[in-house]
Design a protein around this ligand. Structure first.
Ligand SMILES: [Zn+2]
Length: 170
């Protein structure tokens, strides 16, 4: 693991994004959920990399890709400690921590079948209030059901330009 950490430090990318301090074991879920796994760009993924701050962490480096707001939100839900660094000419031009929004819209499903967001006739977009960030606890604004991180079902992701309904169960 030590060697992998060294290697990840050495393998700098010229341009793109480094997602660091991902909670250990979540890198592949993040790639899948954000649709980054569809990318043809060069990616380096480190899973269970030793970290001074969090013991182990995951890290993703992806060339020529910058994240959009939805992807940042998805990462913040799965890994509230994650940091995003934007790289240009091998240098970090911007580094930011992900931030969980106060309300999460559309990204998560409410699994309560009687919730108005699952209404067959007039389905409405889901909306959750973030009650606690660490550990994550959210509440459906419609039926008031409360979810912990491991109970969350994500709704959909962009795939090759079109929206594909996909449930991602953690
Ligand atoms: Zn609900």
């Amino acid at each position: 693991m030590k060697m992998l950490e060294e290697k990840l430090k050495i393998d700098k990318i010229s341009k793109g994004t480094v997602i660091d301090h991902i909670d250990a074991g979540y890198a592949l879920t993040i790639l899948n959920l954000t649709g980054l796994d569809e990318s043809k760009n060069l990616m380096t993924i480190g899973v269970n990399v030793s970290s001074k701050k969090y013991q182990t962490k995951d890290i993703i480096k992806i060339e020529n890709v910058f994240l959009n707001e939805t992807q940042m939100q998805q990462i913040s839900i799965l890994s509230p400690n994650a940091t995003i660094s934007l790289i240009e000419n091998y240098k970090v031009i911007e580094k930011k921590k992900v931030k969980i929004p106060k309300t999460i819209k559309k990204l998560i499903m409410c699994v309560n079948q009687t919730c108005i967001s699952n209404s067959e006739k007039e389905p409405i977009s889901t909306e959750f209030t973030v009650l606690e960030e660490k550990p994550l606890k959210i509440q459906c604004v419609y039926c008031e059901r409360i979810y912990k991180l491991e109970e969350i079902v994500f709704t959909s992701k962009e795939k090759k330009g079109k929206k594909v309904k996909q449930r991602i169960q953690l």
